[in-house]
Design a protein around this ligand. Structure first.
Ligand code: CA
Length: 547
């Protein structure tokens, strides 16, 4: 159940030169030029100059974790432009990916629904287009649209990413673009940024010279210049591939790698020499020690370099917005589809509820409407993004949306917000393999999760234990520092640490109620293959029934 936001003062990260602000569930960062917080109003969207609706530029990074940004407190990060964007808008600092993997996130983003309702259980499934999507509402709302970059909702084949059939969506299959009927320069999946490609409206493979994120930014700036002075507002999605692996030194411009030449990347404080047995890939103990452990610093060096490049490009986009004279007419969103574990909690990559994979940057800037320097602790999840954006734009929110409109929080007002974010892990990243399924809830203090394989539970106090090392769902004598190993008591409910029994009971109940409301029956990965796809990786159904 939604609840009214509280009015308690919260501690604020004293990072990135930003000091604590004021209370009431929303806080402001102290800045040189303070802007006044808009008084609570009617909730209707503000029309910008000439009565137009606001433009939207949605910048989506891939695998960029919240923790690796300057404004989040990472002193190693070189992200001055992202940090500036954060100081000029609202940051939802508890925002999580509702299923921290590519395709499931993108489906949730574009439908406002949870993965069990989109049917996108693993990667390399073809989304079912018979859904009311963000692109439909935006296009019908009178917007010019542009989509540049990674899509990952089309290919229905594991691997073979470079084949045209897995990347080119022909005009007669346009419905698979989910309403983005305007400018289109996209591909399904590729992370070799110097061997890039994309498709438009004809079966011609286009390539960029040079580094893909730079060229995609050039293309985005061209789009902004072209549409800034037009009668119709525009909605531009820039879906970049970085800082997703491979983290090879030849997959990022040298000038960015040089910035981190002398920077040390120690193993995380919650490193374990034993890989997490619930991880869907890279769980071989020998390879974990022989390959991952020694190579993590080099991988992170490339990751941070990719992020610094991304930051430069975001600065260029903000400059283009200013130069076009549309600063106050344009909502700029910066976020990522999920994060990256980099050895934390015995894991690498994603598809888990642990914070490095689950938490994502979420910045929304709209000068003159969204007060600069706002921080919201709302438990925002991926299905909340579409209704929040539509709320800001003043467009109707489809009844099929399962998330919550949090646009009032972006405007500096109080009001309903989710009690917790609900997260789902429906299986393996891209294979129909059982044994990796989980569900989790994350509120402002705790993360509670359960694995389907053995019904083992995990409970972390994210305030007292931000590295999520002490599993409070287990009696202490059975606990292991990294929170995994043999569960203390098989079966649900297990006997947790009595000191946290009330919290466990509450979170179990909240999760059960949420799952019931979504018809989420917590099946095995191959069950989803057998019931939700046609056997050829095309989605035909979800927990809500046939499409
Ligand atoms: Ca991804």
């Amino acid at each position: 159940m939604p609840r009214e936001s509280g009015c308690t003062r919260r501690d604020f990260l004293k990072t990135a030169g930003l000091a604590a602000g004021l209370a009431c569930g929303l806080e402001r960062l102290a800045r040189g030029a303070a802007e006044s917080v808009r008084a609570p109003g009617t909730g209707t969207a503000r029309a910008v100059a000439g009565g137009k609706k606001p433009n939207v530029i949605y910048i989506l990074a891939d695998q960029l974790r919240y923790q690796s940004l300057g404004y989040a407190g990472d002193a190693k990060a070189r992200t001055p432009n992202i940090d500036r964007l954060a100081s000029e808008g609202v940051i939802f600092r508890q925002c999580v990916s509702s299923m921290p993997v590519c395709a499931a996130y993108r489906a949730s983003l574009l439908t406002g629904k949870y993965p069990t309702s989109t049917g996108m259980a693993i990667n390399e499934l073809r989304i079912n287009p018979n859904q009311r999507c963000l692109g439909h509402v935006v296009t019908e709302g009178g917007y010019e649209t542009g989509y540049i970059g990674k899509w990952h909702l089309w290919a229905n084949e594991g691997g073979n990413h470079n084949a045209m059939k897995n990347s080119y969506i022909p005009p007669e299959m346009r419905k698979y673009r989910l309403g983005w009927d305007g400018f289109w320069a996209a591909y399904n999946f590729n992370h070799r940024y110097y061997q890039n490609f994309y498709y438009m409206d004809e079966p011609t493979k286009h390539t960029f010279e040079g580094y893909e994120p730079d060229s995609q930014t050039d293309m985005a700036i061209d789009f902004i210049r072209k549409h800034a002075g037009q009668d119709k507002p525009f909605y531009l999605t820039l879906s970049v591939g970085t800082p997703h692996d491979p983290w090879a030194s030849n997959n990022v411009p040298a000038k960015y790698l040089d910035m981190f030449e002398d920077v040390e990347f120690p193993l995380p404080g919650n490193w374990s020499d034993t890989p997490d047995p619930y991880m869907d890939r890279n769980a071989d103990p020998k390879a974990w020690l022989a390959q991952w452990k020694p190579n993590l610093p080099a991988c992170q060096r490339v990751y941070y370099a990719m992020t610094a490049n991304l930051d430069d490009n975001i600065g260029r986009i903000m400059d283009a917005v200013d130069a076009a004279g549309i600063r106050n007419d344009t909502i700029v969103v910066f976020t990522s589809d999920h994060g990256e574990m980099f050895g934390a909690n015995g894991r690498v990559f994603k598809l888990t509820f642990y914070d490095p994979a689950a938490r994502v940057p979420m910045i929304v800037r709209w000068p003159g409407t969204i007060p600069g320097g706002l921080v919201s602790d709302a438990c925002m999840g991926t299905p909340d993004i579409m209704p929040t954006l539509l709320g800001l734009m003043g467009l109707p929110i489809p009844g099929t949306v399962e998330g919550m409109d949090l646009s009032h929080l972006a405007r500096g007002r109080t009001g309903p917000e989710p009690e917790f974010a609900f997260m789902q892990g429906l299986g393996h990243t891209w294979q129909w393999n059982d044994g990796f399924e989980w569900r989790a809830v994350r509120d402002k203090r705790y993360t509670y999760a359960i694995y389907r394989r053995d019904k083992s539970e995990l409970l972390f106090d994210n305030q007292g234990d931000p590295l999520q090392m002490r599993n409070l769902a287990r009696r202490p004598r059975h606990g292991s520092p990294s929170g995994h190993g043999t569960p203390s008591v098989p079966g649900w409910p297990c006997q947790g640490d009595p000191a946290h029994g009330d919290t466990l009971d509450r979170l179990r109940r909240e999760m059960a109620e949420k799952m019931k409301s979504l018809d989420d029956t917590f099946e095995a990965c191959t069950w989803y293959r057998d019931h939700w796809t046609d056997g050829k990786r095309n989605v035909i159904a979800s927990a809500r029934g046939k499409f």
